[in-house]
Design a binder for this molecule. Structure first.
Ligand code: C2O
Ligand code: CU
Length: 456
């Protein structure tokens, strides 16, 4: 049998192009584009105007990217905004040149320009992507989306849903995003907290489900600064992964789940409510529980309650760091309102537009906080000597909290440290490059809480 071969020579002759440009043209058209652009979205309740946002492909949240574990993600980022931008792939143990940090791993992409992201995804799990150029403003304006890396064999669930939790600071009349990103109050206190809390770009997000349905829920906290305290109502199940990384065994969901900015929690839950309603509820500032995501029950799934799920398959490189061999580092977190920083030091900081320091340094210095040798085990004590909680995120590597009796917590990429707390994390410095270590309360990061380490 003869296979069909397009007559390439004829095509090229007709186009008058050389083989080289033909191939280049082909490669370009094959790369999928991800565009940052202005768009309008109905974030606020019906009756309010639409909100002007900056969004990937004009969608809020950005398009959900799903890639098989071990595959490459290729996206040509096209910047149609009128400010420079770049994309960070949060939680991916990534090729450093693709990490998207403007000023550290790449130059910000100017308006009208593009950048080719192309990297391997070693780990299955729930990740996300967001702007990493002036991220306090750009993420607040809508530049984030989910990045889901699929296990070769998906767990046995009826549905797989991504729930991106967010909060928005909107003008209560016009529903437009508060354009003040330099408020000293925001920068020096708890960060940019919104006045409209939502999920997946909507204020009252709800899903229709069936009784006894088994759902995999991927919670992603995409907010600037809000720490969500959540509980399940009429749903029951297990935590199976944190910050993308599978837990060694599913853990029954606790009474209350805490999810700090940038953190992710993967749940497998069954719809167990007797009535028509089930929900994920959020604890409000008023100490009342509010619906965060509604699950409206209609009909029955074919199977009644089933056995607990098995653990997700482990990702590669989840070994415990050898504490005895580890280099010990310490990072003091200081500054902010109502803290213990001396007035004089605070005044100097504020002259540079900062309010916070990590290990005595505000913002990226010339030298890294630490230079690590590739493969080296490291333990890092974080001392929160401020009056606020912080969500400390390390790029490029996951770490574990060191618990009493040399036990370890699960692998994470973001740890919540409460005011006055001290925690130790440990990791193996096995991903080469320049990596940020910063607070994911993005106003704090903008006001000094950004450091970097180098692994070589
Ligand atoms: Cu979500 Cu510097 O990262
Ligand atoms: Cu912080």
């Amino acid at each position: 049998m003869q296979t069909f071969k397009p007559n390439r020579r004829a095509v090229l002759a007709g186009a008058g192009a050389s083989a080289l440009t033909w191939r280049a043209g082909f490669a370009q058209s094959a790369a999928v584009v991800l565009t940052a652009q202005r768009a309008n979205a109905q974030i606020a309740p019906e009756g309010y105007p639409q909100t002007e946002v900056w969004a990937y492909d004009g969608a809020l949240p950005g398009p959900q990217l799903r890639v098989p574990q071990g595959a490459r993600l290729r996206r040509r980022f096209v910047n149609k905004l009128d400010v420079a931008s770049s994309i960070h792939w949060h939680g991916i143990r990534i090729d450093n040149a693709m990490d998207g940090v403007a000023g550290l791993t790449q130059d910000a992409v100017p308006p009208g320009n593009s950048f080719a992201y192309d990297f391997m995804l070693p780990d299955a799990g729930s990740y996300w992507y967001h702007a990493h150029t002036n991220s306090m403003e750009q993420v607040a304006r809508g530049l984030s989306g989910a990045l889901i890396v699929e296990e070769p064999e998906a767990p046995d669930v009826d549905r797989d849903e991504v729930l991106m939790l967010d909060d928005w600071l909107l003008d209560p009349e016009t529903a437009q995003i508060d354009p003040d990103f330099s408020q000293p109050m925001t920068l020096s206190h708890g960060g940019r907290l919104g006045n409209l809390i939502g999920t997946n770009g909507r204020f009252n997000y709800a899903l229709a489900v069936k009784r006894h349905e088994r759902l995999r829920l991927r919670l992603i906290n995409a907010s600037n600064a809000r720490i969500f305290v959540l509980r399940l109502v009429g749903l029951s199940g297990w935590q199976v992964a944190l910050d993308g990384m599978p837990l060694p065994a599913p853990q029954p969901v606790a009474q209350e789940m805490v999810i700090a900015p940038a953190q992710r929690i993967d749940l497998i839950v069954d719809v167990t409510a007797e009535g028509a309603q089930s929900a994920i509820e959020r604890l409000g500032n008023d100490d009342q529980w509010h619906t965060q995501v509604g699950f409206e029950i209609a009909g029955q799934a074919s199977r009644a309650r089933r056995d607990p799920p098995s653990a997700l398959p482990p990702n590669p490189r989840m070994d415990l760091p050898d504490l005895a061999q580890a280099r010990s580092l310490e990072m003091k977190i200081e500054g902010g309102a109502m803290g213990r920083m001396a007035m004089g030091q605070m005044r100097t900081l504020m002259q540079g537009g900062n309010f916070w320091t990590l290990a005595g340094q505000a913002g990226l210095g010339e030298a890294p906080f630490a230079r690590l040798s590739r493969g080296e085990p490291v333990r890092l004590r974080l001392l929160n000597d401020t009056a606020f909680p912080h969500a400390m995120h390390l790029h490029g590597m996951h770490f574990r909290e060191v618990l009493p009796q040399s036990k370890f917590g699960p692998m994470r990429d973001t740890i919540l440290t409460m005011a006055g707390q001290s925690q130790e994390i440990a990791f193996i410095a096995d991903t080469p490059g320049k990596w940020l270590l910063h607070c994911h309360m993005l106003a704090h990061a903008a006001a000094g809480m950004t450091a970097w380490i180098e692994v070589a």
